[in-house]
Design a protein around this ligand. Structure first.
Ligand code: AHM
Ligand code: MG
Length: 337
């Protein structure tokens, strides 16, 4: 089929056979995410119109206030995946523990688990700035037909079979990989259909944008401080441009298209970094690597980290490979001096 006007539904069917474990299960799973994305998109888009802003009154496991739309998005994604009987387990940034699905049904043959951040960057909703959903898919490691265990969720990022994000921006896009490159689909809201708009997305190897919350500069490790000074130095294509939306999906998406680096390092405020390894860093790292980019904790590959807990945080440096290499050089140099 020609790629012109190809819908996400057509794309999923066409590429099903290129997936190494051929089965319709992963296709059905991505189709369910597509459906939930449309429902959440509808709600996010009218956030400014109805009185649904403000906190829901709950706090999540990290002690942060939950916006109402976080709760809504969390429920919608979970409901869609549970009702369609498509996965055997779900873990969410908004849930304290993982959810085992049909755990007492021995006929339950589903192999996949999903980890997600249902609405990342949600503090931006109040001010009409883009937010996103991030998802990560693995095959379970415990036997099919038994209840899922924590070890199913604590797999290295390198074991992911698919990952993606939805960006609720000036347009709504779904961008995902099943380990065979990264493709982006834009929603036509008039008819509720995602169309392939960004085939084979690639980070430029070099870029000139750096994205970091520089307000935390004083608390950053010396290697990061040195790298930021390097970004600001007048030489060659530097100083680089600073762009920080404060919404990981949006900052990542822009950097992937234009070339750039995103950094959320450790600081005295966030001694392990702020972002969550399982819900944010691993899926973005998988997408980055599939798009010719790179993701590191400053010293080593994000997807090689063995997780020890569901809500684990890690420092995160991600983007154009030459830029991430350079930031790692500065980290290493500062350790050895
Ligand atoms: P969240 O999951 O609570 O929304 O936090 C993650 C977000 C990222 O999207 C964003 O890059 C970062 O937090 C911004 O943090 P800060 O405001 O500290 O710069
Ligand atoms: Mg988040």
């Amino acid at each position: 089929m020609s790629q012109k006007h190809q819908t996400l539904g057509e794309f999923i069917i066409e590429h099903q056979s290129s997936f190494k474990y051929t089965s319709g299960e992963l296709s059905r799973l991505i189709n369910s995410i597509r459906l939930a994305a449309k429902v959440v998109n509808y709600e996010v888009n009218k956030a400014g119109l109805v009185d649904i802003l403000g906190t829901a009154g709950d706090t999540n496991v990290q002690g942060e206030d939950q916006q109402k739309l976080d709760v809504y998005a969390n429920e919608k994604f979970i409901q869609t995946l549970v009702n369609r009987n498509i996965v055997c387990g779900i873990a969410s940034e908004e849930e304290d523990s993982f959810i085992a699905i049909n755990s007492n049904d021995q006929n339950h043959q589903n192999k996949y688990i999903v980890l997600m951040d249902p609405l990342d960057g949600s503090s931006n909703i109040d001010v009409n700035v883009s937010v996103g959903t991030i998802f990560s898919i693995y095959r379970r490691v415990t036997p099919v037909g038994t209840p899922v265990q924590e070890e199913d969720f604590l797999q290295k990022g390198s074991e992911q079979v698919a990952a993606g994000y939805i960006i609720y921006g000036t347009s709504t896009m779904l961008v995902y990989t099943t380990g065979d490159g990264v493709n982006g689909f834009t929603l036509n809201p008039a008819i509720g259909t995602f169309y392939l708009s960004h085939p084979r997305m690639q980070f430029p190897e070099h870029g000139t944008i750096y994205s970091v919350n520089e307000g935390n500069y004083i608390h950053f490790p010396q290697g990061i401080k040195n790298y930021l000074k390097y970004c600001q130095m007048e030489e060659g294509d530097r100083p680089y441009t600073s762009r920080y939306i404060g919404s990981l999906v949006s900052d990542f998406h822009r950097n992937m298209i234009k070339g750039g680096i995103y950094l959320y390092p450790t600081s005295s405020k966030n001694p392990n970094g702020k972002l969550r390894l399982l819900y944010e860093c691993n899926p973005m790292a998988f997408i980055a690597e599939q798009a010719n980019g790179k993701a590191s904790d400053g010293f080593s590959r994000i997807m090689d980290i063995t997780p020890t807990e569901l809500h684990q945080r890690v420092p995160f440096i991600c983007g154009s490979s030459a830029m991430v290499d350079k930031a790692e050089d500065f980290m290493r140099d500062s350790q050895s001096s």
